[in-house]
Design a protein around this ligand. Structure first.
Ligand code: DGT
Ligand code: CA
Ligand code: CA
Ligand code: ZN
Length: 573
């Protein structure tokens, strides 16, 4: 079979890459790349031209030397010069140069210092943090490389909502600064507060879109402009995250916001309702006989279909439309409803701030109470507390409670549930505490039956109050352990236990679906941060977001209760 132009071009490009890594004369390198370009785009096949003995050196960018090489490739299927250099420079290094941001210099260092020769090697090195210490790389570059490799190989993980916020908020402020812009908002899964997002969808309103689009594509963090037009643009940030922008006139704000918030299946359900009423709905408005009848606000649009306003967190076509029609939408819990945080650590174990720091920071956030839940002794890596150290902490808490006027600190612990379902400290100690939270930090690989029974047995202990991070998953990092959550929820119901919605951005455990299941089965949750530092107390909102996605109201969440009521909830005997 004759060698195709594309394949000949590929050989020259590979030659150019390897020569470049090898430090060859840049003019030679460029000559091979130009030749590859000519060959790839030439309308006639090189094979045919060689067969008809045509003079290839008449083609642009192709001299006598390269013409001879083409002839060799066509006749023998090989490029000896490439084979020679491949004995010195591994051919796969040229693949690595496909990763954006990896030029010959960096590829050379990666190969020389870490023996990285393939994209797979590169992924592994980035994941094990071996790249950051190379000269001219650093932590940020390492992360970027990892993300791009994952995008390249189609394994890009979805971005955590909290990470997306860090990226989106400054970008939003930047866009709001644009002249002519009236409103800017992030729609899509971000607005629906999904635990992870695929890409960011920004909606702006302005009379004309081009200024906004221009400012958007010039944002300092943009790595690549994928497309840009008068009213829309897509870019990839340097981290690899995609951001879509749409600009519409302000009169279409509600319709566009609704459309781009999605979810897609919620939109489709609404569109079906529109069709039944001989109406049309799109990102510019709702139309009847080509006359626009709504579009300025989302509320107007829902109203037109006889629906109450639906919070974005509910728009997943999981029954929210029927509920909006029947006026039985939940009044979702909000951060303002939360009166205290029931899971946090201090320097006594693996936290970074003292007991006093945590208490004062919580008071500043307006909380009425907190529970200090340092780890128990079984978790030796976290310097877990034994009975003696725990009792010392209880005394310290008592003293501090005597001193602090505006917040109450509850004495508590995060107890390891041991493999056989026993709790890590004796009842004689636990009875001294206001509450316990119990969790699994070991033996993750038990069978589903054993894992489930382990937890149910632990819940039999009357001092078991809250099951913390019930599935143990870490988003993008660790799967949940195998457990029958439905049985666990039923078990909690029977025994008077609660489940945690851990607000740590990479846990969010229970997740939205599990929250909803708990509600259906009549089990209440505690939304807590698991803060290991003062600043992480602010993660509360991410837990609340998931609870909202799970249709929870304030009454479904125990830490919306005043302290006196709350205390009673922990008395099982
Ligand atoms: P993501 O980015 O994977 O986390 O999820 P979304 O929901 O942000 O999805 P994305 O970015 O593809 O699209 C943003 C919104 O645009 C989506 O939630 C609803 C709307 N949309 C996108 N494609 C379609 C479509 O084919 N039909 C309808 N009705 N709406 C769509
Ligand atoms: Ca999106
Ligand atoms: Ca999108
Ligand atoms: Zn914890």
């Amino acid at each position: 079979m004759p060698v195709s132009n594309v394949n000949i071009a590929r050989l020259f490009n590979r030659l150019a890459d390897l020569l470049e890594i090898d430090g060859a004369n840049p003019f030679r390198v460029r000559a091979y790349r130009n030749a590859a370009q000519t060959i790839r785009s030439h309308s006639r096949s090189m094979g045919e031209m060689v067969a008809q003995e045509e003079d290839l050196s008449e083609l642009p960018g192709i001299g006598k030397e390269i013409a001879a090489k083409i002839k060799t490739i066509v006749e023998h299927g090989r490029l000896p010069q490439l084979e020679r250099i491949e004995t010195r420079v591994p051919a796969e290094l040229s693949d690595m140069m496909q990763i954006e941001g990896l030029g010959p210099k960096r590829v050379k260092v990666l190969y020389r210092d870490l023996k990285i020769r393939s994209i797979e090697d590169l992924r592994r090195a980035a994941q094990t943090h071996r790249i950051r210490d190379l000269p001219g790389f650093g932590e940020k570059t390492e992360k970027t490389i990892l993300r791009r490799v994952q995008t390249w190989t189609g394994q890009a993980p979805r971005t955590l909502l909290a990470e997306a916020e860090d990226i989106a908020e400054p970008m939003l402020r930047y866009l709001k600064d644009c002249k002519g812009v009236k409103r800017v908002i992030i729609a899509g899964s971000y607005r629906r507060r999904k635990e992870t997002i695929g890409d960011l969808d920004i909606l702006a309103t302005a009379k004309t879109g081009s200024d906004v689009v221009q400012r958007f594509t010039r944002y300092e963090d943009v790595g690549e402009v994928v497309s840009s037009g008068k009213t829309r643009s897509t870019v990839h940030l340097k981290s690899g995250l995609q951001v879509d922008l749409r600009v519409v006139p302000d009169a279409s704000y509600g319709a566009a916001l609704h459309y781009f918030t999605g979810s897609k299946s919620h939109n489709i359900a609404l569109r079906t309702m529109a069709q039944k009423r001989k109406m049309k709905i799109n990102e510019y408005g709702v139309y009847k006989s080509n006359k626009k009848i709504a579009g300025r606000t989302e509320t107007d649009i829902y109203k037109l279909f006889g629906l109450a306003y639906i919070d974005p967190e509910l728009r997943e076509n999981r029954g929210e439309i029927e509920a909006a029609r029947d006026k039985r939408l939940p009044k979702l819990v909000s951060v303002k409803d939360i009166r205290g945080d029931l899971h946090m650590h201090t320097t006594a174990t693996d936290g970074r701030n003292s007991l006093r720091d945590m208490a004062e920071a919580a008071a500043q956030r307006g909380y009425e109470y907190i529970a200090i839940t340092d780890h128990s002794r079984h978790l030796t890596v976290a310097n877990g507390l034994d009975a003696k150290r725990l009792m010392k902490q209880v005394e310290a808490i008592d003293r501090l409670n005597g001193e602090l006027r505006n917040i109450t600190i509850l004495t508590a612990i995060e107890l390891d549930i041991l493999e056989r379902g026993t709790l890590d400290l004796p009842d004689s100690v636990l009875k001294e505490l206001d509450l316990t939270i119990c969790s699994i930090h070991s033996s993750f690989r038990l069978s589903r039956k054993k894992q489930t029974e382990r937890v149910l047995r632990a819940m039999d202990n009357p001092y078991f109050n809250i099951f913390a991070h019930p599935t143990g998953r870490l988003i993008n990092k660790r799967e949940a352990y195998d457990i029958d959550l439905e049985r666990v929820v039923a078990g909690a119901k029977e025994r008077g236990c609660y489940l945690e919605v851990n607000a740590e951005p990479e846990r969010l455990d229970l997740n939205d679906d599990a929250c909803r299941m708990a509600k259906h089965m009549g089990v209440k949750v505690a939304i807590s941060t698991d803060a290991h530092s003062v600043s992480s107390l602010d993660h509360m909102r991410f837990g609340v977001d998931q609870a909202r996605r799970g249709w929870l109201e304030a009454s479904d969440v125990i830490n919306t209760r005043p302290l006196n009521t709350l205390r009673r909830l922990f008395k099982r005997i």
